[in-house]
Design a protein around this ligand. Structure first.
Ligand code: IDP
Ligand code: MG
Length: 154
């Protein structure tokens, strides 16, 4: 089953929004396959945000991502990368649609509570960056036949 890498950022952790975000993930029927708290450092953030290192806001982005521990998650589901990016909403929380996580829970373009992988290829790279293989659990939840029809997961 497809997997995506999600980070609940310091703006989520410090605002006590871990619970509400996880509730929305579970309400949607997305499977949590890995979850842990981490203190990120500059090295991993330079890799993770390598597409942004030349931006003027990069130092402030790195500082914001190190401001507290984060919660890293591996989520599983059919087409979960696309589904979860839609649930996340656009980058700037002020422009994110109501009903999305950013659109419901934040007002910032930087402190936007959540990271979500943007393609299946990047998801695999990002999962390997933040998780050891033994920290990702490929179990089948007992309610799987109520989450999907058989032909969707064959
Ligand atoms: P994404 O998180 O929606 O995929 P990216 O463009 O990959 O957006 O940017 C990564 C993160 O960098 C954003 O989530 C946000 O925290 C921060 N960021 C992006 N653009 C800006 C900006 O213009 N100002 C400040 N921070 C930004
Ligand atoms: Mg991105």
């Amino acid at each position: 089953m497809e997997k995506t890498l999600v980070i609940l950022k310091p703006s989520c952790v410090e605002r006590a929004l871990i619970g509400p975000v996880i509730t929305r993930i579970q309400q949607r029927g997305i499977i949590i396959s890995g979850m842990k708290m981490m203190q990120l450092d500059e090295k991993i953030l330079r890799e993770h945000y390598s597409h942004l290192v030349d931006k003027p806001f990069f130092p402030s982005l790195v500082a914001s991502m190190m401001a507290s521990p984060v919660v890293c998650m591996v989520l599983s589901g059919v087409d979960v990368v696309e589904v979860f990016r839609k649930m996340t909403g656009v980058t700037n929380g002020r422009k994110a649609e109501p009903g999305t996580l950013r659109g419901d829970f934040c007002m910032s373009g930087q402190a936007n509570i959540i990271h979500a992988s943007d393609s299946p290829e990047n998801a695999q790279i990002e999962i390997n960056r933040f998780f050891k293989p033994e920290e990702v659990f490929d179990y089948t939840p007992s309610n799987i036949n109520f989450l999907y029809s058989a032909d969707e997961i064959k």
